[in-house]
Every structure is written in structure tokens, then in C-alpha cells.
Design a protein. Structure first.
Length: 153
């Protein structure tokens, strides 16, 4: 449980895009120190142990990382997508792969957020306009239940 609590703030930094602003070496060494060495900041390469059960949208990988080990492993992959309408296709891709949607919301200007689970993996997907970087789909994947899109009290 302690590792999961530690993973949440580190994952939040990754989700907010601070990692690309930091130098790869210093960021990776800080995260390795905090996580006990169980980190893979893959940059634009999907971690080799990313679950094959989780389909990803087609597009260039903008950022990828993995943190933890065993049941506490968390993967984060951000993929460039053509636009906000990609959320609908991603949701269908996940349900076609055997995931059920637990929560989903589409934005008024496109994009969306949803949690999906197949009993083995939980997936939080956020499709958003990243400004000058275009539209991206961010996947946070963990074993078990999907990470919550918002903090719980």
C-alpha cells in the first residue's frame, strides 16, 4: 500500500507533463531514489513489459514510463492522436478488447476521460488538447482497478 501511495504523486508529475521539462538523467535518478530503483522512464519507447492486453491508439509515443514492480507496477504512456474525437475510438478499442467502462465523460470541446477494467488491469485514459503539441491520449495502467480520475476523500 505504501508503494501505491508513493506512486500516485510520481505518476501525477508524469501526467502533468513535468517529466519532459526535466532532464532525463536527473529525473530518472530522482525517481529511482524515491522508488527504490523500480522505474523505467522510457522516453518515447513503450516499456517492454507494458501489458499486451491493453490496446493503444495509433500514433507517435510522446512519453512512456513504468514505475514499481509486481502488483504495484504502474505504466504511463502518452500517444499523439489526431483530435478529440479519438476518445470515442479508444473507448471502443478497449471495450472490444474485453474491458468494461466504469466511468466516462466527454468534454464539450472534444476529448474525454474514462476508466476501464478487464479484471486484471485498470486503465485511466485522458484525451486532451495539449496546446502546441496537438491532441494526446494518456494511458495510466495498473494491475487491478483503474486509477481514479479524481482524488477520493
Amino acid at each position: 500500500m505504501k508503494r501505491r501511495l508513493l506512486a500516485v504523486p510520481v505518476l501525477a508529475v508524469l501526467l502533468l507533463g513535468a517529466a519532459p521539462a526535466l532532464s532525463g538523467c536527473s529525473f530518472q535518478s530522482v525517481v529511482k531514489d524515491v522508488s527504490g530503483g523500480n522505474v523505467d522512464v522510457g522516453g518515447t519507447n513503450i516499456p517492454s513489459d507494458f501489458p499486451k492486453d491493453v490496446p493503444l491508439a495509433s500514433g507517435d509515443v510522446v512519453f512512456a514510463a513504468a514505475l514499481g514492480s509486481g502488483d504495484d507496477k504502474v505504466w504511463n504512456v502518452t500517444v499523439k492522436v489526431p483530435g478529440g474525437e479519438a476518445y470515442t475510438g479508444i473507448a471502443k478499442q478497449l471495450t472490444d478488447a474485453g474491458f468494461s467502462g466504469d466511468f466516462g465523460a466527454q468534454g464539450s470541446n472534444g476529448g474525454g476521460t474514462g476508466t476501464f477494467s478487464n479484471g486484471t488491469y485498470g486503465v485511466l485514459v485522458v484525451v486532451t488538447d495539449a496546446g502546441s503539441n496537438g491532441w494526446v491520449a494518456n494511458y495510466s495502467v495498473s494491475k487491478g482497478k483503474a486509477p481514479s480520475p479524481s482524488p477520493t476523500p
